[in-house]
Design a protein around this ligand. Structure first.
Ligand code: SF4
Ligand code: SF4
Length: 333
């Protein structure tokens, strides 16, 4: 697969903390900016017009950035008899203040959706500005090889002294760093990593190897008994991307539109096929499917798990299910 943007020389520059506002404003003059903001006690990604609304130090947001690349619901095209009208997204979006795990999630989504015209149109107009994260005890990006920044990031701001070291991995990012706000340093940075001690370390290679021979492990049944099938975990996951496609017709059946919307493999009807057969009728098989897809079949296809260890599924599961415990029981410890 070709990369989203050509990777060129890595530049290490510096920007003072007080100049970040002007950098934000430079970006906001060309892009709709999406950044982490406070909403009650939580942090969410939302459109931001004023820099002071941006939260620079946070652990994780509730919702992932997938919603800006794969919206919850989108019209793919409308039709009227034989006429089809397709409208590709044109908006320039800047994702400002993303952590390494979320940027790596975009890199993994690229592997799946690179040839999807709607995703690609958004991706081609996207600017990614990353920032140093503040890991929590629920983070496990190291376990899933998502702690090293993927070179899809245009500009990364690494906290350093009273400001940030700024590194660019793409041509678009390099142009942004040409702003007078940045000064050149002699520091050469070849790799950006999340630096922290993981609360629970897992061996994701062992998980991949062991998953299929643990098909009848009691952990699936036991956890399924606690699971509510609510889909919270798949909604907040930056790498759960199941979707459904529906043709909505108007009064005249030959007019309407084709709509794509989020779905979840946790839902009963997800694996129901023509004739009424359902491949995953019980919650146990749906729960197990989430793991076999994320940690085995996705790895077989793309070489990495469909998980970046952001910990959202752990934080937002109302039944208190911790993915790391399930993975440990199927041989990941
Ligand atoms: S499975 Fe959980 S930890 Fe992994 S990326 Fe999804 S939400 Fe984050
Ligand atoms: S969030 Fe928890 S309870 Fe809800 S479907 Fe996921 S694992 Fe089950």
């Amino acid at each position: 697969m070709s990369r989203v943007k050509k990777v060129i020389t890595v530049l290490a520059k510096e920007i003072k903390k007080e100049d970040l506002k002007r950098f934000f404003e430079e970006i906001a003059s060309d892009y709709t900016v999406i950044a982490p903001v406070r909403k009650g006690e939580d942090i969410v990604y939302a459109e931001v017009e004023i820099f002071d609304d941006v939260v620079l130090e946070y652990t994780t947001t509730i919702t992932p950035v997938k919603k800006f690349l794969l919206p919850y619901k989108e019209t793919m095209f409308s039709f009227e008899k034989e006429k089809i009208r397709e409208k590709l997204p044109e908006e320039n979006i800047a994702l400002f203040g993303l952590h390494i795990c979320d940027i790596n999630a975009i890199a993994r989504l690229d592997r799946v959706f690179w040839n999807d015209p709607y995703y690609r149109a958004r991706r081609d107009n996207l600017l990614i500005v990353g920032i140093t994260c503040k890991p929590s005890e629920k983070c496990f990006c190291k376990s899933v090889n998502a702690h090293i920044l993927a070179p899809v990031c245009d500009v990364f701001l690494r906290a350093h002294g009273n400001g940030y070291q700024a590194v660019s991995f793409t041509e678009t990012g390099r142009k942004k760093l040409n702003s007078f706000l940045f000064t050149q340093t002699q520091t050469e940075i070849r790799e950006i990593k999340a630096e922290y001690e993981e609360g629970k370390h897992l061996d994701v290679h062992k998980v991949s190897e062991n998953l299929l021979r643990n098909y009848e492990n009691p952990v699936w049944e036991e956890t399924a008994k606690k699971c509510l099938g609510c889909t919270n975990c798949t909604v907040v996951c930056p790498l759960c991307y199941c979707y459904d496609v529906v043709d909505n017709t108007h009064v005249k059946p030959e007019e309407g539109e084709r709509v794509r919307c989020w779905d979840s493999c946790f839902l009963l009807n997800f694996a129901r096929v023509a004739g009424g057969h359902n491949f995953r009728k019980d919650l146990k098989s749906r729960y197990r499917n989430v793991y076999t897809h994320k940690f085995r079949t996705f790895v077989d296809e793309f070489g990495v798990p469909a998980c970046v260890g952001c910990g959202r599924c752990v934080t937002y599961c109302p039944a208190g299910i911790d993915m790391r415990e399930t993975l440990t029981r199927v041989g990941g410890a």
